[in-house]
Design a protein around this ligand. Structure first.
Ligand code: FAD
Length: 410
């Protein structure tokens, strides 16, 4: 593994300005309009699965309306109301049930329990993350447009433990042997291309979550109004407050954007053939055309993200590293069941699933992209995750304008 020059970090020439220009106008508006269509709006997820890593967690968010709103069956598109359980779905449903039984296991599992986990995970063998099944009865449909990602007041020990656990236990251990793994260390000292890329994807997701909560913030008190909170943004991203880490956190946001963009472009032939069935023939036909038009637009983009630069070393080593990468990411998807606040858990699960789907598209050993098996929930999460990061770029530009306007006023 080599350290790439900064201009071309991890196969991605993240030219932020070009990506801003590409994303922040008509493209973003088209994307958000697509994501509000019935096919993309409804996401089925199990938010009640127990945390497999520790028992002492509780649902904590200080904003009263932070609970998720589920939707009634008659609000759903017809095709989702009577979703039949296919063979594959039945297998995954069985796996879900097995995981329920195993949900209280901790790191001190016995050999039989470990074998059971391996069996469950084998059912989703090629996946980079564990996917809830749309046929499973313990999952509920949520209308994402009614559950916006925003400030929830989920702060303190619980979320900090999740992030720490993700970075310190589930990202790769630092090569320099240090017991903890900070962003600064990863950016400066991690020399392995792939490990650094892994860290950057997670950090980019973390930045996106932070930007969303800063952009839709509710100040305390009875007269507080939802809106952007520049102080909160600066606390998380200003270099002078974050010991110089803020710029790297933002750079990683563009990295995650580029990775998702590349996955959509690569899967384009497969995504163009999807039926996007909601049971409304006219809606399905127009959605298919709109998706195809969108995929044609993003085919020409300024991102230089090149997945072939990753896992390109000596074959046996590259394979082992990819396997490690996949297992680490799966663990992160499981840790989402430990997120204390329901709305945070919803968006955390959806976005890790979307990134997991992108990794599956980019790194599965397939003859052709047509061989790629994607569930509806994987397609929805991939698009929605891209939509979240795309919105973060727009909101970031708004924060930058506020900062500029503030300094112009002196
Ligand atoms: P945190 O954001 O908790 O960060 C912890 C530490 O990680 C920081 O001190 C810093 O050292 C490091 N760090 C921070 N940013 C980065 C980065 N981009 N890259 C690398 N390292 C970094 N809160 C909401 O209000 N709404 C939500 O929708 C929401 N969703 C969440 C989803 C998940 C999966 C999780 C785990 C948490 C979510 N939270 C949400 C909580 C939120 O992310 C913060 O944890 C919370 O606001 C407390 O922030 P903090 O200042 O303590 O730092």
């Amino acid at each position: 593994c080599i350290i790439p020059p900064r201009s071309e970090v991890n196969g991605c020439d993240c030219d932020e300005k070009l990506l801003d220009t590409f994303n922040n106008g008509d493209l973003h508006e088209r994307l958000i309009a697509l994501l509000h269509r019935p096919y993309f709006r409804f996401f089925k997820v199990n938010l009640d699965r127990k945390c497999p890593f520790w028992n002492d967690y509780s649902d904590k968010c200080s904003i009263p309306d932070c609970a998720v709103k589920t939707c009634a069956a008659d609000e759903l598109p017809i095709s989702l109301r009577d979703l039949s359980v296919s063979n594959v779905q039945a297998q995954v449903a069985e796996a879900c049930a097995q995981e329920e039984e195993l949900s209280s296991v901790d790191y001190s599992m016995n050999a039989d329990q470990k074998a059971e986990i391996v069996k469950w995970e084998d059912l989703q063998d090629e996946n980079f993350c564990l996917v809830d099944d749309e046929g499973a009865s313990d999952c509920s449909y949520l209308d994402l447009s009614k559950n916006p990602e925003r400030y929830t007041g989920y702060v303190g020990f619980s979320p900090n433990r999740i992030w720490r656990s993700i970075y310190e236990e589930n990202c790769f251990k630092p090569s320099n042997g240090s017991p903890t793994f900070s962003l600064a260390q990863a950016m400066q000292y991690e020399t392995c291309f792939e490990k650094k890329a892994f860290f950057r994807v997670i950090s980019g997701l973390h930045s996106s979550i932070s930007i969303h909560l800063c952009a839709l913030y509710l100040p305390p008190g009875p007269f507080g109004q939802w809106g952007p909170n520049l102080q909160e943004f600066l606390r998380r991203f200003d270099d002078s407050v974050t010991d110089g880490e803020g710029s790297d956190r933002l750079r990683n946001l563009y990295f995650t954007y580029s990775l998702l963009l590349r996955a959509l472009v690569k899967a384009s032939p497969r995504l163009k053939n999807e039926k996007y069935s909601t049971g409304d023939v006219l809606e399905d036909e127009t959605l298919r055309k709109d998706v195809q038009a969108f995929l044609d637009i993003i085919a020409v983009n300024p991102s230089k993200f090149d997945e072939s630069k990753l896992f390109s070393g000596e074959p046996a080593q590259a394979h082992a590293l990819k396997e490690e990468f996949r297992l680490h990411f799966r663990n992160i998807s499981r840790i989402m069941d430990c997120v204390g606040c329901q709305k945070c858990r919803l968006w955390g699960k959806l976005q890790t699933q979307g990134i997991g789907t992108a990794l599956k598209i980019l790194f599965s050993d397939l003859q052709t992209i047509d061989d790629l098996k994607l569930l509806r929930s994987e397609i929805v999460s991939l698009w929605q995750a891209f939509g979240r990061i795309s919105s973060s770029l727009v909101k970031l530009a708004q924060f930058r304008s506020m900062i500029q306007a503030g300094s112009a006023r002196g």
